[in-house]
Design a binder for this molecule. Sequence first.
Ligand SMILES: [Zn+2]
Length: 248
Amino acid sequence: MRPVIGRTHATSGAVAVLAVVPLLRQHGVAVDGWAVPVAAVVGAGSAMLPDLDHPSGTIARSLGPVTTVLATVVGFCLGGHRNGTHSLLGLAMFTGLGVLATNAGGLALGLYLAFLFAIASAAVHVSLVKVPVLHTAACLLVGAALTRGALFDSFSPDVIPWAVGIGTAVHLLGDMATVQGCPLFWPFWRHRFNYAALSTNHFTERFVVGPALTFIAIYLAVAEVGGVEMLGPAWKAAVEVVRSVVPA
Ligand SMILES: [Zn+2]
């Protein structure tokens, strides 16, 4: 049985987080401006976190030796592939780390966001620079930029732990749709829960599900920063500019 591919995990993580944003806002979590793209990146990256138990997986290769060693250690401590990281304990640990990084702020939050950005971009097969070391440097820069936004552009990072929890949960839901399922109550009860036995058809996933999820993610992100209402006026303004430039 083919596992759910990384790209589907990452895009469904971003979609789920963006879809929950209105609900979070209703419950007093500030998600404005910069917080929307940050939430999407964190959701996408977190939806890859449970596969950090696989030394030869997409995440393990995302930042070279750093992530290979990390994945080997995580896999060793949490019972190998699709065990501890795919349980409620793993979900609590990843979310707890998100809370710690958010509360710590500064460098810790920057590195955490850079890491999530790196694994999200690895999942969707975007390499910022072909040379691995430069790609790592570019990811660190993006992390710094995201944190700078968090610290100085007055967006509240409160949404980050929510996005981590939602992203990770979406990964478990995705894997539970396949035959292998997830051992939710690991290490106490190793029964693997699954609600479906989907065989993820490569063609449908690549050419239908993937693009649809990407489109929904982009639409939701634009809508949530108030962009959809701005599209009409922006179009009118553009037409006016063209009219004034082009002689009748
Ligand atoms: Zn998985």
